[in-house]
Design a protein around this ligand. Structure first.
Ligand SMILES: [Zn+2]
Length: 270
């Protein structure tokens, strides 16, 4: 009996100590959590007055991905379609803003390397706006964003699986048009590129592959660009775009990105 009481007392004590530690931890982490973004940051989300509004979200990635070079290159590529008005923001946390709904197409050009992705409110905000009919585009390692968010697999169609072989060694390969009838790829020829041929995608959402490439390592075909629907919204996802030359070496790469963006934004690609 004594022994049982002693045990109970001990459990009680441990429980109390745990509760205090937990409360302290919660209070400290709450106090240390900085605001996701400032009013000045949010003011950057004021959309352009004219055109189809395209927001490229960047600002963090794997260190080998030089988003400060590739984001402006992508913007220049997209703006060759004069219907698209493109802006870059360098704070993924802004995805949480209500102003996100003022944009027609969000382009995810970031990967939250070694830190959590934008939190639950941002996730719900992004998913909701696509579900309700706005567009989404992803480039290269954006497939690796939000590893902690299960619904991202459905939204992105395919995501990075770190257990799989990541990619062929950086080098030249041919991107083949997998569906010459799809509005995104209609009239586009296959093209040579210098890029990473990603072999690391996983997921079971229904996707439609519009461009593919054959690995020089295992001779299998892998999707390089695909489209899907998420609710009423359109998603264009391309894993191409490791570094600047990947965007600039072939004009067809530019055509593919631009046509994919237009399609996801609900326009006829041209
Ligand atoms: Zn890369």
């Amino acid at each position: 009996m004594l022994c049982a009481m002693a045990k109970l007392l001990r459990i009680h004590r441990i429980f109390n100590v745990s509760v205090v530690v937990w409360l302290l931890g919660a209070a400290i982490s709450h106090a240390q959590t900085p605001p996701a973004f400032s009013a000045a940051d949010e003011a950057e989300l004021a959309p352009p007055a004219k055109g189809t509004r395209v927001l490229i979200v960047t600002g963090i990635d794997y260190p080998g991905h030089h988003w400060k070079e590739t984001a402006p290159a992508l913007k220049a590529i997209l703006e060759k379609d004069t219907r698209l008005s493109v802006k870059i923001v360098e704070k993924p946390a802004l995805i949480q803003s209500r102003r996100l709904q003022e944009w027609d197409l969000i382009v995810l050009h970031f990967m939250n390397w070694e830190v959590p992705g934008p939190g639950k409110e941002a996730q719900e905000n992004l998913a909701r706006r696509v579900r309700e009919g706005k567009g989404l585009m992803l480039t290269h390692f954006a497939c690796g964003a939000w590893q902690e968010w299960p619904e991202f697999r459905q939204l992105a169609g395919r995501v990075w699986d770190p257990k799989l072989r990541p990619h062929d060694p950086l080098g030249s390969f041919k991107v083949q048009i997998a569906d010459p009838e799809h509005p995104v790829t209609r009239g586009l020829p296959g093209f040579e590129t210098l890029d990473e041929l990603y072999t690391c995608l996983t997921g079971d959402a229904p996707i439609h592959i519009v461009a593919k490439a054959t690995s020089t390592v295992d001779k299998k075909d892998y999707p390089m660009a695909f489209v899907l629907n998420y609710g009423k919204g359109r998603v264009f996802h391309s894993v191409l775009g490791h570094e600047l030359p990947a965007y600039t070496n072939s004009p067809v790469m530019g055509d593919l990105m631009r046509r994919g963006a237009a399609w996801a934004a609900g326009l006829e690609p041209k």
